[in-house]
Design a protein around this ligand. Structure first.
Ligand code: GUN
Length: 281
């Protein structure tokens, strides 16, 4: 049976560290503050934003949630972001995605100054990550790397397969694995022989957004499996991209859903926010 990598425990350790750092910053008169912008009423987004508020509160970070109506215009959103960009009390800015379809997501992201971009989504931070410079790492891939570190797996020379090529997870995840000297393959909806490629992986990252997409036959004996998926089933329960019960019989370590990567994503946002506050002071 595989080691279960607990996002709950690891996230708590990260949050304890962040809380200590916040205390030290406050002694110096620095009050870390995260602004979270939510447009519309996407139920999943509303849940995520509430979670972020709660996390900030637990760690002593001030959070300012700005909830705008669904029909907010591009110009109004850009103006809000400009006011947050120039507000020296705000250290981190996060715009919850996805945005309503009438808004230009890329233009909105680019209105966040790189030094406040705690999501690591702006072109400057993406570019910096690509060439191995210090930057804000996107929270989900950063959280996955923390989980891999916890398994003590040495990634050098290992075959890592990333399922999914999104800007938020698949692409940056691949780059972070490469930086640790893994041999990285990115698979996606057009990949041929996907099952065979997965079955050769020493490390498998599932970020496709399809419930139980990764089956036991796709996982090599002893592989480490990181499940980024958060899928809501018709009965309301959450389920990952991995068929957990069956795959756990093959894997040496595996992350659960819920209680896995999602909690680490949230924790890494706090890490980035404290880093932003340090750097701006
Ligand atoms: N929507 C889904 N994941 C994320 C994330 O990591 N950051 C933001 N801003 N929106 C998201």
């Amino acid at each position: 049976m595989a080691q279960i990598i607990s996002g709950k425990e690891l996230a708590q350790q990260v949050k304890n560290r962040v809380s200590q750092q916040v205390i030290q910053l406050k002694e110096k008169g620095i009050y870390p503050c995260l602004a979270v912008v939510l447009v519309g009423k996407n139920p999943a987004s509303m849940t995520y934003v509430r979670g972020k508020e709660k996390d900030c509160q637990q760690c002593g970070i001030e959070s300012r949630v700005i909830h705008l109506p669904e029909d907010t215009g591009q110009q109004a959103l850009l103006e809000l972001l400009h006011s947050l960009a120039v507000d020296s009390q705000v250290h981190g800015i996060l715009v919850q995605l996805p945005l309503p379809a009438h808004l230009d997501e890329q233009a909105v992201i680019e209105a966040i100054p790189p030094e406040k971009d705690v999501d690591g989504f702006t072109p400057v931070n993406v570019g910096r990550m690509m060439i191995g410079q210090s930057c804000f790492l996107p929270c989900t891939p950063a959280g996955c790397m923390e989980m891999l570190r916890h398994t003590n797996i040495n990634l050098t020379g290992k075959r890592a397969v990333v399922l999914g090529r999104s800007n938020i997870v698949g692409k940056p995840m691949s780059m972070l694995l490469l930086q640790q000297n893994a041999t990285v393959t990115i698979c996606h909806s057009r990949t041929e022989n996907l099952k065979e490629i997965c079955a050769r992986a020493d490390v498998l990252i599932a970020a496709v957004g399809k419930p139980r997409f990764v089956t036991q036959e796709m996982v090599k004996l002893g592989a480490v499996v990181i499940d980024v998926g958060i899928n809501r089933l018709e009965d309301g329960t959450l389920c990952g991209d991995v068929d957990f019960e069956a795959v756990a019989e093959h894997a040496s370590a595996i992350t659960p859903v819920p209680g896995g990567v999602g909690l680490m994503t949230r924790a890494m946002l706090l890490v980035n926010t404290v880093q932003a506050a340090c750097q701006q002071s």
